[in-house]
Design a protein. Structure first.
Length: 271
């Protein structure tokens, strides 16, 4: 009769090997889960970062605003029949830190109020020249080469007259000009807004009969009928402030209020 012998060492070795394999499998599954989780977190962070960058690129930062001319602030022709009712504020602004270059025509603004208990909105862009392809895409608008954008080309007046849109200028009040058509002359409108630089623009808070007329090349005075004037000055608004909204296309939104100060005279600070 033979006695059965058991090899405890071999049994222990097989058990350890099975446990080792199981640990490897569990580790692999765990590592795969961690990798997928990290990848999803990374994609989420990247998406959020892109969203933040897209929102922040092109945001307007308001530096302040003052009352400017309170009579015929757009300087349109005294004989045009438009009247002298339009009034403006001068806005000082820059691009928010981290912004890219923005074009003036991509910046939209609106001033809203309840004028005589009726909702009133005055709107425009930061590009007063060449809006809607006027004046051949902003080329050659300084015909006499004096560094100032002309108000007339050949037979016809063109903006900034006859529109709500003011024109963005350098902080010292000079016009923004460049050589966009490579003719060797800085006589073209520069629509670019650069980071780390301050600019100024006149925004209307009251309009005259010339505003919102559509430009037509042809006989001077060949304009559509006048529009109803809009007035958000303290004389017409029973409120202490106006709402100012500035929106950049594919960019950020800026909101502020224009204070309807008691001393309503040119030079008074309102933002």
């Amino acid at each position: 009769m033979r006695n059965k012998k058991s090899d405890t060492c071999a049994s222990t070795g097989v058990g350890a090997f099975v446990i080792f394999i199981a640990i490897i499998i569990v580790s692999s599954v765990t590592m795969a889960t961690i990798t997928i989780t990290i990848q999803k977190i990374s994609e989420s962070v990247e998406k959020n970062s892109d969203d933040i960058e897209n929102e922040f690129t092109g945001t307007i930062a308001i530096e302040g605003a003052w009352l400017s001319k309170q009579s015929d602030c757009d300087g349109d022709e005294p004989t045009s029949g438009g009247g002298l009712n339009d009034k403006c504020i001068t806005l000082i602004f820059s691009l928010a830190a981290g912004s890219n270059i923005v074009n003036e025509y991509d910046v939209n603004w609106a001033i809203n109020c309840n004028s005589n208990d009726d909702f009133t909105s005055i709107t425009g862009t930061f590009d007063g020249y060449g809006v809607s392809d006027v004046v051949n895409g902003d080329f050659n608008i300084d015909d006499d080469g004096d560094g100032v954008k002309d108000f007339f080309i050949d037979c016809c007046a063109y903006f900034p007259r006859f529109r709500d849109h003011g024109e963005t200028k350098n902080l010292d009040g000079t016009d923004k000009l460049m050589d966009a058509d490579d003719d060797g002359l800085s006589d073209d409108d520069d629509d670019r807004l650069f980071p780390n630089k301050k600019y100024m623009i006149d925004l209307k808070i009251a309009t005259d009969l010339n505003d919102n007329r559509i430009f037509e090349e042809g006989t001077p005075g060949n304009w559509p009928a006048p529009v109803i004037t809009r007035d958000c000055t303290p004389n017409e608004v029973n409120k202490e402030y106006l709402d100012l909204l500035i929106v950049v296309n594919n960019g950020g939104v800026t909101y502020d209020t224009i204070e309807l100060v008691e001393n309503w005279v040119e030079g008074e600070r309102v933002i």
